[in-house]
Design a protein around this ligand. Structure first.
Ligand SMILES: C[C@@]1(CC(=O)O)c2cc3[nH]c(cc4nc(cc5[nH]c(cc(n2)[C@H]1CCC(=O)O)[C@@](C)(CC(=O)O)[C@@H]5CCC(=O)O)C(CC(=O)O)=C4CCC(=O)O)c(CCC(=O)O)c3CC(=O)O
Ligand SMILES: NC(=O)C1=CN([C@@H]2O[C@H](COP(=O)(O)OP(=O)(O)OC[C@H]3O[C@@H](n4cnc5c(N)ncnc54)[C@H](O)[C@@H]3O)[C@@H](O)[C@H]2O)C=CC1
Length: 249
């Protein structure tokens, strides 16, 4: 424990910093970042950049790619007006407007230069070939509607992260998307209409213990309606909460 009262924050940070930052231990803080309408720069236009750009666009970021050449996937995104492209090499100063940057060129010196500018400007940075120079890494991601499961191996084996993501896709089917639409609808209604937080917690915990994904997968809507009536009283039905699924039956 540092005596914060006699240290300036900058000194304390430097003391802690000097004790860490070895490549061997890369434990991160997992967070879910809101990048909607944020300016994101991706330096490099190859396969790695292409993969990261897709995730960024999915999350609603405003993506500018800086690279002399784009791969096919990125060219298609450009043709569809989904990205801005600066067809040239990265230059110092390119990050001036950025909230976040990804360096994914095949030139380590360029990626390092991006890392340096990002650090100077306190911009979040993922450096694809030298992750220890950046401030975050990207996990493998699987999603089913609003359910998002991410896998990190703390940089040890991206190949294993990908394999575990594929295994998770087998376990968590599309019924989880519908389950979350149902649970989200109920929770929204409870938070706006019904009792206090402890009451809601107890009911919502009881509901998720009932294996809803299985019931939805097998279209056992009558059983779900019965359960909703028992737990919440009238006003909560799959007709309202799962209309999309039931219309497509
Ligand atoms: C640290 C990190 C930084 C970052 O990129 O954010 C990073 C770094 C590096 N990756 C390398 C290699 C590969 N990366 C993949 C694939 C993925 N890499 C991803 C993330 C990350 N990769 C971050 C850590 C994630 C974690 O902690 O687990 C995924 C999960 C997400 C994504 O990219 O969006 C995506 C899978 C997406 C999916 O399918 O779900 C494959 C597999 C393949 O391509 O099939 C290979 C080859 C096999 C292998 O090496 O394992 C190399 C060596 C390059 C070289 O050899 O020159 C480096 C550099 C280094 O380690 O120094
Ligand atoms: N983090 C990850 O998930 C992975 C990282 N890598 C690392 O990422 C690097 C890139 O891999 P790929 O996309 O497969 O390479 P690639 O060769 O397909 O693409 C490289 C891109 O960088 C661009 N580029 C080169 N110099 C540039 C500059 N000065 N300014 C802007 N753009 C420039 C090129 O035009 C090209 O679009 C590799 O060197 C590798 O070390 C590789 C695999 C996975």
């Amino acid at each position: 424990m540092l005596f914060a009262s006699v240290l300036r924050v900058s000194d304390a940070v430097r003391l802690i910093f000097n004790r860490r930052r070895k490549r061997g231990s890369m434990h991160h803080l997992p967070i879910n970042l809101d990048v909607r309408n944020k300016v994101v720069i991706v330096v490099g236009g190859g396969d790695v950049a292409g993969r990261k750009v897709l995730s960024l666009i999915d999350a609603g970021a405003l993506v500018t790619v800086i690279a002399p050449h784009l791969n096919d996937a990125l060219r298609q995104l450009l043709a569809a007006n989904r990205i801005i492209h600066l067809a040239r090499n990265y230059a110092d100063g390119d990050l001036a407007e950025a909230f976040l940057v990804i360096a994914a060129t095949d030139d380590n010196a360029v990626n390092r230069a991006v890392a340096k500018e990002a650090r100077m400007r306190s911009i979040l940075a993922d450096i694809a070939d030298t992750p220890e120079l950046g401030s975050f890494t990207m996990p493998a991601v699987m999603s089913r509607g609003d359910l998002v499961i991410t896998v990190s191996t703390s940089g040890k084996s991206p190949a294993l992260a990908k394999k575990i993501r594929e295994e998770l896709e087998e376990v968590f089917g599309i019924e989880y998307g519908a389950t979350l639409r149902l649970l989200g609808g109920i929770r929204e209604k409870l938070l706006t209409e019904k009792g206090n937080s402890a009451y809601n917690k107890s009911l919502l915990s009881q509901l998720v213990a009932h294996g809803l994904p299985e019931l939805i997968k097998e279209k056992r809507y009558d059983e779900i309606d019965h359960l909703l009536l028992e737990l919440f009283g009238p006003g909560f039905t799959t007709n309202d909460l799962l209309r999309e699924e039931k219309d497509h039956q």
